[in-house]
Design a protein around this ligand. Structure first.
Ligand SMILES: *Cc1c(COP(=O)(O)O)cnc(C)c1O
Length: 383
C-alpha cells in the first residue's frame, strides 16, 4: 500500500495499472450533509486509517487543524480513533484537533494517552483515579447499553455504588456515550438502548456535570432521526460514502480503477479462472484487469460482481484471483490500456459502496478497509 499525493494526478494515472482515487471534496461534502442532518458537531471517526482511506489526508478534509493557532472548523468537534498509534500519527503531523479514543485503553496506555492529549473512554474507577492522578484532562464515560463490548453496564450504572460516584464527582467526565448494536436493522433494540442511556443519565444527574456532552449515534443511528438526541454524533462509514441520511444522498468517495492488461476470445464450452466456475455458452470476449483479492477486490465478487467500462456494466466471470480478475466485455468495445471502474463513479454511471456490498454479501466496512492492502491511493478534490 502506497499513499501518494502526486503533483500531477493525471500523469500518475497515465502510468498506473490500478489505483484508488479518494475524493476529499466528497468527504468534506458528506461531512457537511451529516452535520446539517445531525444538527450537532461531529466526532468524525477516522479509526483504522480512516476506514482504509488514509488517516492524515482524510483528517485534513474533515476540517482537522494542523496549525497551533488555527481555529477548529464548525462541523468537526473531534476525530474518533481506536488505537493510540492513530493518535501518535496525528500528533506527529502537528494535528491540533481534539482526539477521542472510543476503545478502552489498557491501564498501561493511559500515561501515553495523556501525553498525546487523547480523550479516553473510561469506566473503571481505578482508571479514572489513575487518569486524574497523572494530571487529568477531559475523558468520556463509556456506557454499555446492550452491545456487550465495552463500557460499564447500564444497569450497574443506575444503581451506582457510592465509591464510584465519589470518583466521578472528584473528576467528572466531559462526555458520556454508548453505542448501538442494531441501528441499521432492529427498531425495538435501538429504542431500548436509547432509553437505557437516558435512564443512566438521569440516575447520575447529581454527579454528572450539567454541560455533559452526550453522544450515541453512529452513521446508521443518524439515518434514523432528524437531529441527533445527543450533544455530539459519531459517524464513520457515512462520511466515506455508504448509506443515505434522510434526504441527504451521500456521495461516493472511493473510485477504484484499473486498466485492461490482456484480452482474449473464449470459445463455447471453455472455462475461465480457477476451478472453472464459469463456462462460456458461446464465443465471448474476456478482458483481464490486474486487481484481485490482494488489492481488496474480494473473492466474493466471483461471478457476481460488475464493473464499468465507458459507463456500461460488464460482469465479472470466473473466480477472482489474487492479482487478476476477468470480465466479459463481449458487448463493450475496449482494448489493453482502457480504464475499468470497479467501485465508484464513471461519468453518470455508478457502482456505489452499498450496491457492491449487496452484490457480494460483504459489509461496506470490510470492502473499504480491504482497499488498504496494495493499491496506491491518489487524492483529489481538495479545496
Ligand atoms: C466505529 C464506531 C463509530 C462509527 O460507526 P459507523 O457505523 O462507521 O458510523 C461510532 N462509535 C463507535 C464507538 C465506533 O466504534
Amino acid at each position: 500500500m502506497t499513499t501518494s499525493i502526486y503533483p500531477d494526478i493525471a500523469q500518475a494515472i497515465a502510468r498506473l495499472p490500478a489505483w484508488v482515487a479518494v475524493d476529499l471534496g466528497a468527504i468534506r461534502r458528506n461531512m457537511a450533509r451529516l452535520h446539517a442532518h445531525a444538527g450537532v458537531p461531529l466526532v468524525a471517526m477516522v479509526k483504522a486509517d480512516a476506514y482504509g482511506l488514509g488517516l492524515l489526508p482524510v483528517a485534513r478534509a474533515l476540517g482537522a487543524t494542523f496549525e497551533p493557532d488555527q481555529p477548529a472548523a464548525g462541523a468537526l468537534w473531534a476525530l474518533g480513533i481506536a488505537t493510540l498509534d492513530e493518535a501518535r500519527q496525528l500528533r506527529a503531523a502537528q494535528c491540533t484537533a481534539r482526539i477521542l479514543c472510543v476503545v478502552p485503553l489498557l491501564p498501561s496506555e493511559l500515561a501515553e494517552a495523556h501525553a498525546l492529549r487523547v480523550r479516553p473512554a473510561l469506566h473503571r474507577a481505578s482508571d479514572i483515579v489513575a487518569w486524574r492522578a497523572m494530571g487529568g484532562g477531559p475523558w468520556h464515560l463509556s456506557v454499555d447499553t446492550g452491545m456487550s463490548r465495552a463500557g460499564a453496564r447500564w444497569d450497574e450504572m443506575i444503581t451506582i455504588a457510592a465509591p464510584f460516584a465519589e470518583v466521578i464527582t472528584a473528576h467528572p467526565p466531559e462526555g458520556m456515550f454508548t453505542h448501538f448494536h442494531s441501528a441499521d436493522v432492529d427498531t425495538a433494540a435501538f429504542a431500548e438502548q436509547a432509553q437505557r442511556f437516558v435512564a443512566v443519565r438521569n440516575a447520575l444527574a447529581t454527579v454528572l456535570p450539567d454541560k455533559l456532552l452526550t453522544h450515541t449515534d453512529n452513521s446508521a443511528a443518524l439515518a434514523r432521526h432528524h437531529g441527533s438526541p445527543g450533544a455530539l454524533a459519531r459517524p464513520g462509514l457515512a462520511l466515506y460514502g455508504a448509506g443515505t441520511v434522510a434526504e441527504h444522498a451521500l456521495e461516493n468517495v472511493v473510485h477504484v480503477r484499473a486498466r485492461i492488461v490482456d484480452t482474449r476470445e473464449v470459445l463455447a464450452g471453455e472455462s475461465v479462472s480457477y476451478r472453472a466456475t464459469w463456462t462460456a455458452a458461446a464465443t465471448r470476449r474476456i478482458a483481464t484487469i490486474p486487481v484481485g483479492y490482494a488489492d481488496g477486490y474480494r473473492v466474493a465478487f466471483s461471478n457476481r460482481g460488475e464493473v464499468l467500462i465507458a459507463g456500461r456494466r460488464c460482469a465479472v466471470v470466473g473466480r477472482v484471483t489474487m492479482d487478476m480478475t476477468m470480465i466479459d466485455v463481449t458487448d463493450v468495445p475496449c482494448e489493453v490500456g482502457d480504464v475499468v471502474t470497479l467501485f465508484g463513479n464513471e461519468g453518470d454511471a455508478q457502482l456505489s459502496l452499498d450496491e457492491i456490498a449487496r452484490r457480494s454479501g460483504l459489509l461496506s466496512y470490510e470492502l473499504l478497509i480491504g482497499l488498504k492492502l496494495r493499491l496506491p491511493r491518489l487524492y483529489f478534490g481538495e479545496a
